[in-house]
Write a protein that binds this ligand. Structure first.
Ligand code: FES
Length: 576
């Protein structure tokens, strides 16, 4: 009987009856894999970002086991492999510097190995975009499984949220409102279980993006890391990826422009992180979707924040899950006609089929579209002489009265300058000023650190000031808040007008008009530009040098220029 013809790529390794087939199979057998595993069944990679250096992902070995069970149950052959893991809290100078490096690891690990499909285990902030970017450039069938948020932080009878309360408590400490002992106690209370940050920070936002893009299973965003249903979801993903390989349901069939537009609207509805702007653009450009900064403004207009979660509100991810999770939010958007309902998802159903009947159990946490938590809160894209290529602000996290503001610039040339002077009681600053931070963009930091939400000067904190307009080419943590303009492009280190701002200049922000300008004449700016000197690469060799020479600006996703696009799954030669 003629052998059944299969197009699965793993057969090019394991289906061979020659010296290469021997090599490809024999070494895999060394851990007890029987011959019948090489009968042409789908080989599923489990791309694991487990690392003790990434505390948010330390339970991923358990999740990987559940994915494996699912793959085996569906008749697949699971093979787990590690990739570079990016921990937000320990990596210096910022995990974002390495997002593109990790994506290269992911891309080449998938392409170079005998895999037909892949499950991506993602959690801490950058692990989600780096794995999706790498997988997109190969374009095999793929499902992302998020590790899930931690349980809510509990401190002296109140809920405290990752990041969000770190910012507020450190300001309280600096203002003398709490003791160092209380500060230490809060550290132990905040992160008390496995999982990633449980505010609507970048990790929870990206887990929500996974679900709304359709690259994750329904329910992916909010199930707590330690809830048994997180493991059930992992198992279901393991089962499903085997079918996706048989259906040849590749990532590019899921990651369409419609899927990205859905995700942008979901980001507005959850009060999601500004970091999603950069990450989604980078993922889109890998898969070949033309996603621009303007799409964020266009799609986000008229979308309200429905979810009352920190940092925009008061609840945490655990509460969101018990209230119905992201499906309850997506249903509201669909009923408000703000969803491309036909967008396909990894479970083979449309996003609307997955979410149209989703219940909501707590309207305090997930508001209806008719009675939203905050109105018109999509990411606003600003332009002006300070940011001709764009800048963004998250209105839901800002102080409404500061969204139109004119003030005197107080300039910090770089992050060291900021740290040196911010606590100085003689710093010439009041609450009407605009804090300006330079040289913290993709090239300038390097890696575009999350320092855009500059802490306020202690002397103003002590007066009770809680927010000021702050502008920079940096990012900010998804857990942060304030009237903070970010991602200004071109960045200062690339010669953007931000580099030319001087102390005492007047800066005008008008979010309704989408404008940000320095009120200085063009002639004066030209004069200042003639004296500006481009910075050198921070290191003359290695990845930092490669990054500095090739990183794109924020509106292009801050990817490396030569990584944009995809090369597909083809590997031309055998390895011996
Ligand atoms: Fe890992 Fe926040 S530090 S998600």
């Amino acid at each position: 009987m003629a052998k059944k013809k299969t197009t699965q790529r793993s057969v090019q390794w394991f289906g061979r009856e020659d010296i290469y087939g021997f090599i490809y199979r024999s070494w895999v057998k060394n851990r007890g894999v029987p011959q019948d595993q090489f009968d042409g069944r789908p080989v599923i990679g489990i791309c694991n970002t487990w690392s003790e250096l990434t505390p948010c992902n330390t339970h991923f070995r358990v999740i990987a086991e559940h994915v494996k069970h699912g793959v085996l149950e569906a008749g697949g052959f699971p093979l787990e492999f590690p990739v570079m893991s990016l921990g937000e809290t320990l990596l210096r100078p910022t995990a974002m510097l390495y997002r593109n490096l990790a994506s290269m690891d992911v891309e080449e690990s998938i392409r170079g190995n005998p895999l037909d499909g892949v499950v991506l285990l993602v959690g801490c902030d950058k692990t989600t975009p780096s794995l999706l970017m790498g997988a997109a450039s190969v374009d095999l069938p793929a499902i992302a499984v998020s590790g899930g948020p931690m349980l809510s932080g509990k401190y002296r009878g109140t809920d405290i949220g990752s990041g969000t309360n770190v910012w507020s408590m450190s300001e309280d400490l600096r203002a003398g409102k709490i003791t160092l002992d209380e500060f230490h106690e809060a550290e132990s209370c905040m992160h008390r279980s496995h999982g990633h940050c449980m505010t609507m920070g970048t990790a929870s936002t990206m887990a929500s993006m996974v679900e709304s893009l359709g690259v994750g299973m329904p329910g992916n965003a909010a199930i707590p890391a330690v809830d048994a249903r997180r493991n059930v979801l992992a198992r279901a993903a393991g089962r499903r990826i085997v079918q996706m390989v048989k259906e040849n349901l590749t990532l590019s069939k899921i990651l369409t422009k419609q899927a990205f537009e859905n995700a942008i609207r979901v980001n507005a509805a959850i009060g999601g992180s500004t970091n999603a702007v950069i990450h989604l653009i980078a993922i889109a450009r890998r898969i070949g979707v033309d996603l621009k900064l303007e799409d964020w403004d266009r799609c986000g207009r008229g979308v309200h924040t429905l979810v009352n979660l920190m940092p925009s509100g008061k609840y945490l991810m655990e509460d969101l899950y018990y209230a119905g999770g992201l499906p309850a939010v997506i249903r509201e958007l669909g009923e408000a006609d703000l969803l491309h309902k036909d967008a396909l998802t990894v479970n083979g159903e449309t996003i609307w089929a997955n979410n149209k009947d989703a219940p909501c159990w707590n309207r305090e946490v997930v508001h209806t579209f008719g009675k939203p938590f905050k109105k018109n809160t999509g990411i606003a894209v600003l332009r002006g002489n300070l940011c001709p290529d764009g800048a963004i602000i998250k209105p839901s996290a800002a102080t409404p009265k500061l969204l139109k503001h004119r003030g005197r610039a107080v300039v910090f040339e770089n992050i060291e300058d900021f740290h040196r002077r911010i606590d100085d009681p003689k710093l010439d600053i009041d609450e009407t000023c605009v804090m300006v931070l330079k040289n913290c963009g993709p090239k300038g930091y390097p890696g575009m650190a999350e320092v855009g939400n500059m802490p306020l000067p202690p002397k103003l904190l002590k007066k009770g000031v809680t927010d000021m307009v702050r502008i920079s080419d940096a990012r900010m943590s998804g857990t942060a808040y304030g009237t903070v303009v970010l991602h200004m492009a071109p960045e200062a280190a690339a010669g953007g007008a931000l580099a030319l701002v001087e102390n005492g200049d007047t800066i005008e922000l008008d979010v309704a008009k989408r404008s940000l300008n320095v009120l200085v004449s063009d002639a004066e700016l030209r004069k200042r530009k003639s004296k500006w000197k481009a910075p050198q690469a921070p290191l003359a060799r290695g990845y930092w040098k490669l990054y500095f020479d090739h990183v794109l600006q924020a509106p292009e996703g801050a990817d490396l220029d030569f990584l944009v696009g995809k090369s597909g799954p083809l590997v031309p030669r055998d390895n011996h």
